[in-house]
Design a protein around this ligand. Structure first.
Ligand code: AMP
Length: 170
């Protein structure tokens, strides 16, 4: 049997119908060879960074996969492209963004792939969904996920969609 790896992947969308894009992406990731989603956070509405644009819908999943890091990256990029993802403006609006946050204990940094994801420690729209499925995560060398979340800007709202559905829209 081939080796299986654990990876955490962040999903985001803020164009067209973001919830549809995220739901489809979940099905497409599930259909990758030798890959299954073992945990998924709920969907969150979050404040975009960068230029003026709609709020983003974000989620984080945990997968078990036989794909090696570059194969997983390329498979995710293919899914992004199939969703019409165009990279025009850095941090601009996107139909679908898929980032590898963690991959086993791999630490790597080259022109194509950096793991852990280089900005994840600064982004509560990543950390709060991640905490839902990995509450005890310690991200070397930055610290425990709770401390990272506390350190980041509280103005960067990250609101579970279920919470909004209960009438708490801000
Ligand atoms: P973005 O436009 O933010 O999705 O960035 C995409 C670029 O980041 C691609 O060229 C990837 O090769 C690169 N990249 C580096 N590390 C990662 C990672 N951990 N997950 C996804 N893309 C990555």
């Amino acid at each position: 049997m081939s080796q299986l790896f654990i990876s955490y992947i962040a999903l985001g969308s803020n164009l067209e119908d973001p919830i549809v894009h995220l739901n489809e992406a979940l099905l497409e990731i599930k259909a990758l060879p030798n890959t299954k989603i073992t945990q998924a956070s709920q969907f969150y509405r979050t404040k975009p960074i960068g230029p003026e644009q709609p709020d983003i819908i974000n989620a984080v999943i945990k997968v078990e996969t036989g794909l090696a890091p570059y194969d997983l990256l390329h498979a995710l990029q293919k899914i992004e492209l199939e969703h019409g993802r165009e990279r025009i403006i850095r941090f601009g609006a996107r139909t679908l963004d898929l980032d590898i946050l963690l991959f086993n204990d791999v630490q790597m940094n080259d022109a194509e792939l950096t793991i852990p994801h280089p900005r994840m420690q600064d982004r509560n729209f990543v950390l709060i969904p991640l905490k839902e499925i990995a509450p005890d995560l310690h991200l070397a060398p930055f610290g425990h996920i709770d401390d990272l979340i506390t350190r980041n800007d509280p103005e960067d709202y990250v609101i579970p969609l279920d919470f909004e559905a209960l009438g708490n829209k801000s």
